[in-house]
Design a binder for this molecule. Sequence first.
Ligand code: COA
Ligand code: AMP
Length: 631
Amino acid sequence: MKYKEIYDNWKTDPEAFWMKTAEAIDWIQPPSRALFPENPPFYQWFADARVNGCWNAVDRHVESGFGDQAAVIYASPITGTEQSLTFRELRDQVAQLAGALASQGLGKGDRAIIYMPMIPEALVAMLACARIGAIHSVVFGGFASHELAARINDASPKCIIAASCGIEPGKIVDYKPLIDDAIELAENKPEFCVVFQRRQSIADLADGRDLDWHEFQRHVEPAPCVPVEGSHPSYILYTSGTTGQPKGIVRSTAGHLVALQWTMKNIYDVEPGDVFWAASDVGWVVGHSYICYAPLLHRNTTVMFEGKPVGTPDAAAFWRVIQDHGVRVLFTAPTAFRAIKRADPTGKLVKDFDLSSLKTLFLAGERADPDTIDWAERQLKVPVVDHWWQTETGWSIAANPMGIEKLPVKPGSPSVPMPGYDIRIMNDNGEELPSGELGAITVKLPLPPGTFPTLWNADDRFRKTYLDKFPGYYETGDAGYVDEFGYVFVMARTDDVINVAGHRLSTGAMEEVVAGHPDVAECAVVGIEDSLKGQVPLAFICLNAGCARNHSAIASECVQLVRDVIGPVAAFKLATVVDRLPKTRSGKILRGVMAKIADGKSYRMPATIDDPAIIAEIETSLKSLGYPISQ
Ligand code: COA
Ligand code: AMP
């Protein structure tokens, strides 16, 4: 069947489409139907089924004779380690850890925060939670203790599962002090912490609260897979919203198993047994869906890469992994390829490797710029497929479904909607726009299986953020258009979210932090273009009247503050003091205009601007920072 036929099949009878798709999952009790629309807008899928995610990702492959197949390849150029775990070994490790967690009282519905770098134990921890029905929430290692504390408060975890440290080029990031600070800051304290000691840095364990990963697993019985309802949350993953309070995206168990399993053949075109590599991090949605669950569900070997595209040790790190492990599909963010291209523009290093196993490169996380796509295609000589999705959806809204049919590629477009997604473009009045016209990208409800049914403990915020503006439709937060052939073009965010090196960050959250500096009266943070990271944040700061302190000292303090509160991942390094911020007469800060000036782009001076002279001041202060770069 071709894409069009499959998409139309879904549209004609979504219930039949998803029930058929659900046959690929091992159910303890099969669902009686697919959609449970009883409590709109909180749609559930396969809610009355009984299932276990870990069984489907791990145990069933051992039971059906594939116990000796590699499940996880750990490729860590940063530590010089290569290791492989079979499905049987993975099952045994997961069951043992699950048994130990259960013996400490972690059970179905309890939350566990996982704060770990890219080591196989992170996957073992996620799957151990799934095994006993505990809800995991993985926090990316580049977030500082304040962000970790916000997540602890929101999720109220019974435990934290951590490693003693992460390793970044040239430095060891000790996780334990960050965790201790976060627990100190948090109101809801976890009952216990499990710490995996890495030899690069051994953490001090607190008496009565901290448990050693290996020690606490001794003398406990491995845990069996616990049946959970289809609607049972499998995990919470926090993502940036418009404030400093992160949004807890909830993922229901059954829907995500069904949808993810479907994507592996239909979108990524891999067969069970193939090696699949998502070069991302378990702290992001790509890591949840495509390092952990989807490849394992589909009995693919997943690669856990602990390193960087460049500098660990060189710009051939990706090629080495592809060659050494026979990677069939690589999935990463365009920024990683920009970094490689910058270090090795002519692709000299590529030629030293046998990359014949590689069939497709998938890109997501940010807009894929044509230069990067071109370069990657020329060097790798495989199709480069852009696809568009979000933490909220957990899998592609639009993609080129390589396992169904390779559709013609249109530069700048992640191609066409996947089954389950009925995309409509809306204007500000909630009227649907015809093809070719730019507007807010929305998806008709219900969203498909595998997407989020709500935000953790925040049903009202879920409605307000995503559903209120366009009743009956999910507001993606992206703006774009659909062309006459149904290709989707994603152009920009409609909110204050920016994409820094493929990481989603909120400028609003950074503004909250900068505004907390004692000398700052008000500030605006905007995302400006960056040739490597796509975007980076830049802050305009207005000081309190009478503040006579040195401006660059204050700017540096603000930079340090964001690093301490949000974390280094914010890549917040640019701040400048200005007398005033440009605003409309109604007081709205003209962030878009400031970003355009910094990018050296033309902009339209809003008729409602309060005082046009401020624009000249903004231009002067940007010049002192070296922006726009081309001038
Ligand atoms: N733990 C602790 N600190 C971390 C971290 C982690 N897991 N990940 C990043 N950081 C820190 C870095 O050390 C760096 O700190 P610094 O300011 O002290 O140098 C900062 O956060 C920014 O890191 P990073 O975004 O990695 O920038 P970089 O300049 O070191 O590298 C790239 C640039 C493009 C090579 C890098 O961003 C990259 O590999 N991106 C791929 C993105 C990706 O996989 N995205 C997932 C979506 S698919
Ligand atoms: P995240 O939730 O971190 O995955 O970020 C999701 C956001 O990243 C989307 O809403 C888009 O703004 C952006 N994004 C992700 N993939 C793409 C893509 N292929 N093209 C354009 N933007 C993308």
